[in-house]
Design a protein around this ligand. Structure first.
Ligand code: PAF
Length: 284
């Protein structure tokens, strides 16, 4: 695996792949890799001739009171995991390389950026869209792999690629969970063992909603109440949002008969966690 730190070198390597007619898959990450990330790398490797991974903790997507400084940075371990998996390129630019002094261009997917996590984290999706637009231009991948766990991010990035006529197919891979159901996240590293137990309430709340849907409840307002109630039962968790929306527009849907994204965000201690499921109501 080739490690690359400059934009010029990464562009040259990726353009060379394109010249040889090979397909290029791309996995953008902020490092602290876990099985969720590795599943994206495997998906890329099974679909593409060449796989590039980026590790860049993007300051632009963190709010002033968020965890930029303490975000886990485990570069050597991450590089070893990617090497083992057989990734071809690891792009690991510094902040100055990505945002040189004087940079003043941002990418904003206007409406979607204010929904779900965007409502709770102002500016977050502007930061995500800006860095991903830059990474897409540097790598120009044929396929880019993202995790369903970040469902709002997926909606924003699909719209970005579509609105800017980018020649990249966004591939969404399933959420990878621990054996007890906790969705894998780099932020799980912040949890104490007690909080780790409390964090299971996110998945539990989604399962309760899924069961209610399977039993015939399709009214979103009632399903949201069921989900919120489950979160209230765990004293260690504080709800940020519980929402039932269209997965593309992130607009609320009144009932789930045509399928919907059920998404939850909650704080466990100081750590904000997210999780979601896609529900499809079976015909009555
Ligand atoms: O999902 C992430 O880890 C980040 O938001 C991404 C897509 C790598 C952009 O910094």
């Amino acid at each position: 695996m080739k490690r690359i730190a400059t934009i010029a070198e990464m562009k040259a390597a990726c353009r060379q792949v394109a010249r040889t007619g090979k397909t290029l898959g791309f996995v953008a990450t902020m490092g602290a890799l876990h099985e969720g990330h590795l599943s994206l790398v495997r998906a890329s490797e099974s679909r593409c001739d060449v796989t590039a991974v980026s590790i860049f903790v993007n300051p632009l997507q963190f709010g002033p009171a968020e965890d930029l400084d303490k975000y886990p940075r485990t570069l050597e371990r991450d590089a070893a995991l990617l090497e083992q998996l057989g990734a071809d390129f690891l792009f690991m630019p510094g902040v100055e390389e990505m945002y040189p002094q004087g940079a003043q261009t941002y990418v904003l997917v206007e409406e979607l950026s204010n929904k779900l996590d965007g409502a709770s984290r102002p500016g977050h999706f502007r930061g995500v869209a800006t860095v991903v637009a830059k990474l897409f231009e540097i790598v120009r991948p044929d396929f880019a792999f993202f995790g369903q766990k970040d469902a709002a991010q997926v909606a924003v990035l699909r719209k970005l690629a579509n609105d800017l006529d980018m020649d990249v197919e966004i591939v969404v891979c399933p959420i990878v969970r621990e054996r007890d159901g906790l969705a894998m996240s780099s932020r799980n590293a912040y949890l104490t063992s007690e909080q780790r137990q409390q964090a299971l309430v996110l998945h539990r709340s989604l399962l309760r909603v899924q069961t209610a849907v399977e039993q015939g409840e399709h009214d979103s307002a009632k399903l949201i109440e069921i989900g919120k109630q489950a979160i209230t039962e765990e004293a260690g968790a504080r709800l940020d949002y519980f929402a039932i929306v269209d997965p593309d527009t992130l607009d609320s849907v009144a009932d789930v008969s045509r399928g919907a994204l059920v998404a939850v965000a909650a704080y466990v201690g100081a750590t904000r966690l997210i999780d979601n499921i896609l529900v499809t109501a079976s015909p009555q």
